[in-house]
Write a new protein. Structure first.
Length: 282
């Protein structure tokens, strides 16, 4: 994907939909349902048929407390899926924190790099992305999954996240990534408690004011599963959070976000179409 084709836009004007293709055995959201390459490829094709604009292929679980696979294992998981989906003509992003994986996936046909660490986990990542000249999704990040929730300490979460994202964007530009190719992600659920996530949704306009396309990834996150549940009860399971996810997608569509990263594409599109119809009604 060239810079002249970026940022990607939908013909209907709705936020771009990034469909999640987890090639992991321990994902919080789908429990390894698409772990085998053939299943992941079929799932990616289904998401695309349902209206996903980008297919986000990842081989490392980032749920709280998750361990990390080896580089070799991550490559084994993602490369056949990236290659097959890109060969179909899909726009594929690779969800990785490792420069070696990003580079191999780009060679296999990926067009976007989605790094939940924003380039902090691997110092080689900005160089790889800059040399490839591809779009880069930089998420707000404070550390790996094993201990990230211990870092959910903020004075003002909106101000702190915006400042850290702005600093990240400036650093990436200094390392050669064209500013117009940088997408910012507030990092819902990453080193954030429920109240932090809600505050960021409420004040998403301040993230948008940073001047970059903004990707929102609330899909099936735990803070949505706690809605309507007693404080001492377990949150609703991930597969029961798609309605709440669609509601957040409706909200961010109205706010003006560039894209949403979701597991369930049809309900997301329906919710955003409702938001658009209400906006356009006389």
């Amino acid at each position: 994907m060239t810079s002249s084709e970026w940022p990607l836009r939908r013909p209907d004007g709705l936020p771009v939909v990034m469909g999640v293709v987890n090639v992991t055995p321990d994902s919080f959201s789908d429990g390894g349902q698409w772990f085998e390459p053939a299943a992941a490829i079929a799932h990616g094709r289904e998401l695309r048929a349902q209206g996903a604009d980008i297919l986000d292929v990842g081989g490392e679980s980032t749920r709280p407390g998750a361990g990390r696979p080896s580089v070799e294992e991550e490559l084994r998981r993602v490369l056949p899926v990236v290659e097959a989906l890109a060969s179909d003509g899909a726009v594929v992003s690779v969800d990785t924190m490792r420069a070696a994986v990003a580079q191999a996936a780009l060679r296999a046909g990926a067009a976007v790099v989605n790094d939940v660490s924003g380039g902090l986990a691997d110092e080689e990542m900005p160089r790889v992305v800059a040399e490839a000249g591809v779009p880069f999704v930089a998420m707000h990040w404070r550390g790996h999954s094993a201990d990230m929730q211990s870092r959910a300490v903020y004075g003002d979460v909106v101000a702190d996240v915006c400042a850290e994202l702005a600093g990240r964007a400036k650093s990436l530009a200094a390392q050669g990534i064209a500013p117009e190719l940088v997408v910012l992600d507030p990092g819902f659920g990453f080193a954030k408690r429920a109240e932090h996530n809600w505050a960021l949704l409420r004040h998403l306009d301040r993230v948008l004011d940073l001047g970059h396309p903004v990707l929102v990834g609330t899909s099936r996150k735990a803070f949505l599963g706690r809605l309507g549940v007693a404080p001492d009860a377990e949150p609703r399971p991930p597969l029961d959070r798609d309605v709440a996810t669609a509601a957040t997608s409706m909200h961010v569509a109205v706010a003006g976000a560039w894209g949403v990263r979701v597991h369930a594409v049809p309900s997301t599109l329906d919710a955003m179409r409702v938001a658009r119809a209400i906006e356009e009604a006389q």
